[in-house]
Design a protein around this ligand. Structure first.
Ligand SMILES: *Cc1c(COP(=O)(O)O)cnc(C)c1O
Length: 394
């Protein structure tokens, strides 16, 4: 007989979802009310305010799309890309490839700028692409590439796009809350994120924000947006304006309670403090892994603190290590994707997962598991090295 589902207790240190705090889970369990209830509308307004602070923007069109990060991505592309638009798309991992798909399905022409998996987007290559295609309307890139653990220079890329008169679409699914991100200061025109990475909320919602310039482009389209659900002109009847809201779709009421709570938690800590916390625990994890003899895929300068791609030691059975961590320690880490499958592990330190307990658990569980399989890693050094980082800070 099928009965209630009770998930096992896990520690989530993969590429997302990250650990969801008990406060957020408790918020989700509160009573469902109507999605047009004045009290719910008040909470929606608070979500928009809190999202503006998290994105560091004054953009009026800042709201959560009722679907995961991929839908936020699609919302930005279907609204901004008009048939015939040329879009420079930077690809240095999995998610740039999805951007290309989105451009083409929206009737645009994707001009690809390719960089190796594990490298940051090359500014020189993007400048050359603009030289070759001065009519490019949009530049699209991934700020934090979760498939490799690489950070690209969003500030410089946006400055370049502005010089060339192009709008920008930025994937901040993994960067929001985890690393420095300034939408207005950097001049980002369209940005999307997700709830399950550094916001440490349940998966399924995608915050987005569009600049006034981006909204102008959407309003002046000649062809209507081909997606009814994601057309911001229509969605804003529900999310926009002061107080007065019209039915567009039924909002995921309890999922939005969770987002509200996770944003309250973020702002209690402070967004800059959150960036610092991710960097700090990354330093401790890195010290421990390196003491064990495990190296990183990405150059130190372009490494994301919240997503650590580390090289799997020679001769080690990738899948067996991950399944042992899961079954014996309740610890989830991520596998490599594409060409990196079997070559790297992706260890996430996202949102509330970025803490001392998780770093210590990960280092000791990984060390014990690897030693138990006869891998040649240095024994007894990792925790001491991580402790050293923590002691220096206290
Ligand atoms: C996770 C992720 C996405 C997709 O988000 P989903 O919520 O899985 O749809 C997009 N871009 C990046 C960089 C991501 O890490």
């Amino acid at each position: 007989m099928i009965t209630s589902f009770h998930p096992p207790i896990r520690t989530l240190m993969g590429p997302g979802p990250s650990d969801v705090s008990p406060r957020v889970l408790e918020a989700m369990a509160r009573p469902t009310i109507g999605h047009l209830d004045p009290e719910f509308v008040r909470m929606m307004d608070e979500i928009k305010e809190l999202l503006k602070k998290a994105f560091k923007t004054e953009n009026e069109l800042t709201m959560p799309v009722s679907a995961p990060g991929s839908a936020g991505m699609e919302a930005c592309f279907v609204n901004l890309v008009e048939p015939g638009d040329k879009v420079i798309v930077c690809q240095n991992g999995v998610f740039g490839g999805r951007m290309k798909e989105n451009v083409e399905r929206a009737g645009g022409e994707a001009v690809m700028v390719m960089d190796a998996w594990g490298s940051a987007v090359s500014l020189d290559k993007v400048a050359a692409a603009f030289d070759a295609h001065p009519d490019a309307a949009i530049l699209a890139f991934v700020h934090a590439e979760t498939s490799t653990g690489v950070s690209s220079d969003a500030k410089a890329l946006c400055a370049l796009a502005q010089e060339r008169g192009a709008l920008t679409i930025v994937d901040a699914v993994t960067s929001l809350g985890g690393t420095e991100l300034r939408v207005d200061e950097w001049g980002i025109d369209a940005i999307y994120s997700g709830t399950q990475k550094c916001l440490s909320c349940a998966p399924g919602i995608s915050p987005i924000s569009l600049s006034a310039k981006a909204v102008d482009k959407v309003k002046n389209r000649t062809a209507s947006v081909q997606s009814w659900f994601l057309d911001t002109n229509l969605v804003m009847g529900y999310w926009g304006g002061e107080g007065k809201r019209a039915y567009h779709h039924t909002a995921p009421v309890n999922a939005l309670y969770a987002l509200h709570e996770s944003l309250v938690i973020l702002h209690e800590e402070g967004i800059e403090k959150s960036w610092q916390r991710h960097a700090f625990h990354h330093q401790a994890l890195k010290a421990g892994l390196e003491a064990m003899g495990i190296g990183f895929l990405v150059d130190e300068a372009n490494r994301l603190p919240q997503l650590n791609s580390v090289i799997i030691p020679e001769g080690v059975d990738d899948a067996k290590v991950r399944s042992t961590l899961l079954s014996e320690y309740g610890l989830e880490i991520g596998a490599g994707l594409g060409d990196l499958a079997g070559k790297v592990w992706r260890i996430g330190l996202m949102g509330s997962s970025a803490n001392r307990r998780n770093v210590t658990l990960c280092l000791s569980a990984l060390e014990s598991t690897l030693l138990g399989m006869g891998a040649s890693v240095k024994a007894g050094k990792a925790l001491q090295a991580a402790e050293q980082v923590y002691l220096q800070a206290s």
